[in-house]
Every structure is written in C-alpha cells, then in structure tokens.
Design a protein around this ligand. Structure first.
Ligand code: ADP
Ligand code: MG
Ligand code: MG
Length: 211
C-alpha cells in the first residue's frame, strides 16, 4: 500500500475541516497565552488552500499539493504560524520530490523535513512550548514505527498519537519562543495553540490514510 495525490488532497481537505471545526478552541488557547488569533489565522490559510486545491492539474503529484499548501499559507496566514507551517510544507514538498506514491520511508522523510523546516525557520527546540513539541515526537514515533516494519497507516497513526501527547506536554511548560515567551510563569497551565493545531493536522493525515 502507498499513498498518492488522492490521499494528500484528502489530508489537506480534512486539515481545513478540522481547523475550521477547532477554530474557536484554537482562538481560546491563543487568547490565554498569545494574541487570540491562531484559529482565525489557520482557518483563513486553509480556506485559501481549499479555494486553490481544484487548480492542481490532473497529473499532480503529492509534492505539488504540498507546495501549494506552503505558498498559500505563507501568503495568507499573517501570524508566526504562517511562515513556520509554510516552510514545513515547503520542505516536505522538496523531500517527496516527484514521487507519485509515498511509502513509509517517504512519509517519514516528509514528516522529518516538515519538522526540520519549522525548526530552521523558528529555531525552537523541544520543550520551548511551540508546535515543535508536537512535530518532533511525531517524527520520532513515525521513524520508530517504520523501523518496526509498520505500514503507512500505522506510521501516521503513531505520529498522530505522539503529536497529541506532545501537544498535551506543553501545558506545564514556560514558553521560550513566540508571544507566550513574554508571559514567563503565567504561561504555565495552558496548552500551546500551535502545538494543538499541528497535532490536529497530523491526526488528519492518519485519519485520511486509514479511511
Ligand atoms: P502569532 O503568535 O504571530 O499571533 P499564531 O497565533 O498564528 O501567530 O501562532 C502562534 C503559534 O506559533 C504558537 O502557539 C507556537 O506554537 C508557534 N510559534 C511561535 N513562535 C515559534 C517558533 N519560533 N518556533 C516554532 N513555533 C513557534
Ligand atoms: Mg496568535
Ligand atoms: Mg497574531
């Protein structure tokens, strides 16, 4: 089994749906430790992506769709998360190249490149209370699942479970990057909105692969 353009389209579509569904929740989280716009930023970005997804040519490959997401998020999401996620999708698109079908190794390479792109852009480490606290456990779990001989769906499910746990792990932390870093100890007890949205997006990848 492998995952091609139909899956990437479904993943992007499901990402847009869950971001819209969780818009208020993400706004509420960002209101607690940021400026309250994260749900709005991502919803605007993914709505713009959905408006363009139909323009992809019939012979588009996964990398083309990931690049479309990247450029659209960079140009439409105003906040810090736009360039960070945009760079993640851009590096992911480069990692999968022109491959029409993604096997487990390609999925791990894609997730790793996405995480590395966000780190390159934002210089956050695990424990800084950012989206990286979702992405890095997801990458590690996906790589471990691949090494264990798991299939594509299982690799993405392992990534999604680890990302969800990673998002939860941001709650007791002090932030060292982004707006929440200005709050010092007042950030303690609040989940990072970007870690939460990244966990939702990674869950969407697993759910659509399993469907
Ligand atoms: P803004 O903070 O500009 O309003 P958003 O609210 O859309 O942007 O996004 C905030 C999220 O961006 C944070 O919750 C955090 O996860 C993420 N973030 C901020 N700075 C960084 C960084 N340097 N590295 C990684 N992620 C970051
Ligand atoms: Mg914000
Ligand atoms: Mg903002």
């Amino acid at each position: 089994m492998s995952l091609g353009i139909t899956w990437v389209r479904d993943w992007v579509t499901e990402s847009a749906r869950v971001v819209a569904e969780h818009r208020v929740e993400l706004i509420t989280l960002d209101r607690e430790i940021g400026d309250g716009d994260h749900g709005e930023n991502l919803d605007r970005g993914f709505s713009a992506v959905m408006a363009k997804l139909g323009d992809l040519p019939p012979d588009a490959v996964p990398g083309d769709a990931l690049k479309l997401v990247a450029t659209t998020l960079i140009s439409t999401v105003g906040g810090a998360s736009g360039p960070l996620l945009g760079t993640a999708y851009l590096k992911a698109s480069v990692a999968v190249g022109k491959e029409p079908e993604l096997d487990g190794a390609a999925l791990v390479a894609m997730l790793t490149a996405a995480r590395d792109g966000a780190v390159l852009r934002g210089k956050a480490e695990v424990g800084d209370k950012t989206m990286i606290d979702s992405w890095t456990p997801a990458v590690d779990a996906a790589a471990a699942a691949l090494a264990d001989g798991r299939n594509e769906v299982e690799i993405l499910q392992a990534a999604a479970d680890a990302a969800a746990a990673g998002a939860e792990s941001t709650e007791p932390l002090i932030a060292h990057k982004g707006r929440a870093s200005y709050l010092g100890e007042r950030a303690i007890g609040h989940r990072d909105p970007g870690a939460q949205s990244s966990a939702l997006i990674i869950r969407a990848a697993a759910d659509t692969a399993a469907a």
